[in-house]
Design a protein around this ligand. Structure first.
Ligand code: CA2
Length: 162
């Protein structure tokens, strides 16, 4: 069941494998923020925008697939950092394509400036767009993008590809 303009909006936020280690290792690549700090920033921004976020972190591909399938009927959009599954997971891509909710992919580091294998995302083609390289801000920009996409979709405004 789809919601109409003015009804409450919930956005599913997914963090992939090893992101629970943020702030404890490799600060040179991933920054000093912990996952909890990032989540607090997302909850604060959601409140400011007038929506809620349901946040899941998992190190397991199937759990992420289950969360994406479970988004139908409980969330209007998805913000995802698939972490290493970005570069490997057809299962996550298929789940996102199946639910067909407005989705934005985010990365803390700039995946196009690192090892070549990180430049390829199996996820990007089934998302509205990708934000990469801005640390914690990637998530905040990504939440704004999902919020705006959902609002446009609910009001029947065409997207960039239509
Ligand atoms: O830059 C990103 O957000 C990534 O999605 C992070 C993934 C990496 O595989 C992607 O290529 C880019 C890795 C997440 C691992 O996070 C750690 C955090 C702290 C310490 C070690 C790993």
């Amino acid at each position: 069941m789809h919601k109409s303009v003015g009804e409450h909006m919930n956005i599913l936020v997914l963090h992939g494998p090893n992101l629970n280690l943020l702030g404890t290792r490799e600060p040179g690549i991933y920054g000093v923020d912990t996952l909890e700090t990032i989540n607090e920033g997302l909850r604060d921004l959601a409140q400011e925008l007038g929506c809620t976020v349901a946040i899941v972190q998992s190190n397991h591909e199937g759990t992420l697939v289950d969360a994406i399938q479970g988004a139908l009927g409980m969330a209007e959009g998805i913000l995802i950092n698939p972490a290493a599954y970005t570069h490997t997971s057809i299962a996550i891509r298929d789940a996102l394509a199946a639910v067909s909710l407005p989705t934005v992919e985010v990365h803390l580091s700039n995946i196009h400036r690192r090892e070549e294998f990180r430049s390829h995302s199996f996820i990007a083609p089934v998302t509205e767009g990708q934000i990469t390289g801005f640390g914690r801000d990637s998530y905040l920009l990504g939440l704004r993008a999902v919020f705006s996409l959902v609002k446009k979709r609910l009001s029947g405004e065409p997207g960039c590809d239509t």
